[in-house]
Design a protein around this ligand. Structure first.
Ligand code: HEC
Length: 180
């Protein structure tokens, strides 16, 4: 059972006062949830690229440079020329979606070229996402689009030219909630 002792009263009082003072100092500053992120920390996670190209960073690359990136960083999982194995096939299959054996790749299925940039920048290479430079992401995007026959190998992709690339299946999607 808790035994109240006379000497406890003053020490409890002091403790209560100290806690109150500490609490006030904290409340004056913030709820104590952390510190604001720096601009560079925000930039590292501010990766959204919209279908129309909003959010694309400065930089550029073409399929010739992209071949180099692909061989070094992607081929081991996606096979020669994006033909697949052990992981997803990335090229080919255009026109196969409505057949008995549809082959889904970025070329046959994805509606926006900008999504290739967005996805690769945030998620690939699988074991080391975020490790490619912006130019390398543009270049490997160009390489994959060229392997799919969607752009010429000399086409330089950047924030202006990438959103202008027309994907073969861009008309293959409909909105689940049609606008009225
Ligand atoms: C260590 C293996 C590995 C490496 C290296 C790798 N990937 Fe991938 N990649 C994967 C896996 C696994 C998936 C499927 C991920 C999922 O579905 O969540 C994938 C998915 C993808 C997709 C989406 C395919 C689709 O149709 O859904 C693209 C595009 C892609 N990778 C591009 C790249 C590029 C470009 C590189 C090189 C810069 C790369 N990958 C390197 C393993 C890898």
């Amino acid at each position: 059972m808790f035994m109240y002792k006379r000497w406890m009263a003053p020490s409890l009082m002091v403790a209560a006062l100290m806690m109150a003072a500490f609490g006030q100092a904290q409340a004056a500053e913030s709820p104590g949830l952390g510190v604001p992120l720096s601009d560079s920390e925000v930039a590292a996670v501010d990766l959204v690229v919209m279908p129309d190209g909003r959010g694309l960073p400065a930089g550029s690359g073409d399929a010739h440079q992209g071949l180099d990136v692909y061989q070094r960083e992607c081929r081991i999982c996606h096979g020669d020329g994006g033909q697949g194995g052990p992981n997803d096939r990335l090229a080919g299959g255009i026109g196969s979606l409505a057949t008995a054996q549809p082959v889904k790749t970025i070329g046959s299925y994805w509606p926006y070229a900008t999504t290739v940039f967005d996805y690769v920048r945030r998620a690939m290479p699988y074991h080391l996402p975020g490790s490619l430079s912006t130019d390398e992401v543009y270049a490997v995007t160009a390489y994959l689009l060229a392997e799919n026959g969607i752009i010429e190998r000399d086409r330089v992709l950047d924030a202006e030219t990438l959103p202008a690339v027309q994907m073969p299946n861009s008309g293959g999607f409909s909105w689940a909630w049609p606008e009225d």
